[in-house]
Design a protein around this ligand. Structure first.
Ligand SMILES: [Zn+2]
Length: 79
C-alpha cells in the first residue's frame, strides 16, 4: 500500500533530549508501513513512534511539522 509515514523520536545528546521527525514512504525498509526496521534501536527503547499512514506527502509533512521540523529519509526520498 502506497503512502507516507512520520517517525517521531527522541534524539539524545549528553543531557539534552530533542524530539525529531523523519518522513518516510510506506514501502521504505526503515518504515515497513509503520512497523519500522527490526534493528532500529529507538523502537526497542521505546523512544520512537510512528504516525500514519498519510495518503499524500503534504499531509505527512504538515503532521510532522506540528511536532518538530522534519527531515526526509535518505533511503526512500519521500519528497
Ligand atoms: Zn525511508
Amino acid at each position: 500500500m502506497p503512502g507516507f509515514f512520520v517517525y517521531e523520536y527522541v534524539h539524545k545528546e549528553g543531557r539534552r533530549a530533542e524530539v525529531r521527525t523523519v518522513l518516510h514512504r510506506a514501502e521504505c525498509r526503515w518504515c515497513r508501513e509503520g512497523r519500522g526496521h527490526p534493528l532500529n534501536p529507538g523502537l526497542k527503547l521505546g523512544l520512537g513512534r510512528w504516525h500514519g499512514p498519510f495518503d499524500a506527502y503534504p499531509a505527512a509533512l504538515s503532521a510532522a511539522d506540528a511536532i518538530a521540523a522534519p527531515r526526509c529519509c535518505q533511503a526512500c526520498h519521500p519528497a
